[in-house]
Ligand binder design. Structure first.
Ligand code: ZN
Length: 145
């Protein structure tokens, strides 16, 4: 019986948040599966059985860190992170390729993404470097003034 695709990574054993070893602020857990989909050369990294976390501070060079204080830096990932750059052409929705400027120019895009998310047609767990749904990252005209 082949059940390799049904084994789910569980994060329950690890603290929900941890301090980034570089800036000392608290960040949320992320799955190893997510990290592997964004590393520049995942075959050259060993991810251990421990909690990993995603640092979103634009001033911090660390993207992911482990409970053992392992650091994965901006240069170690192949994805451009909107959290770490001012580039308006970086993606905020990695599943459907929506940039910040696109989201601002067409509010209907957010509704499209909402619909796909509702129908479980998104792939945030792997496509989004945060491993989470991107909807909260969409800019609103209000906070972009
Ligand atoms: Zn950090």
């Amino acid at each position: 019986m082949n059940n390799c695709c049904t084994q789910k990574e569980t994060l329950k054993a690890y603290p929900p948040t941890l301090h980034c070893p570089a800036n000392g602020k608290l960040y949320n857990k992320v799955k190893r599966k997510t990290i592997l989909h964004h590393l520049l050369s995942p075959w050259s990294f060993t991810l251990h059985e421990q909690g990993y976390y995603f640092c979103t501070d634009p001033e911090c060079g660390v993207v992911y860190f482990g409970q053992d204080k392992t650091r994965i830096a901006v240069d170690d990932v192949r994805t451009t992170l909107w959290q770490k750059t001012n580039d308006a052409h970086s993606f905020i929705c990695y599943c459907f390729g929506v940039t910040k400027s696109l989201a601002l120019s067409d509010e209907g895009i957010k509704d499209f993404v909402k619909t796909q998310t509702k129908n479980a047609l998104c792939s945030c767990e792997t496509s989004n470097p945060s491993g989470r749904c991107c909807l909260k990252d969409f800019p609103t005209t209000k906070n972009q003034a």
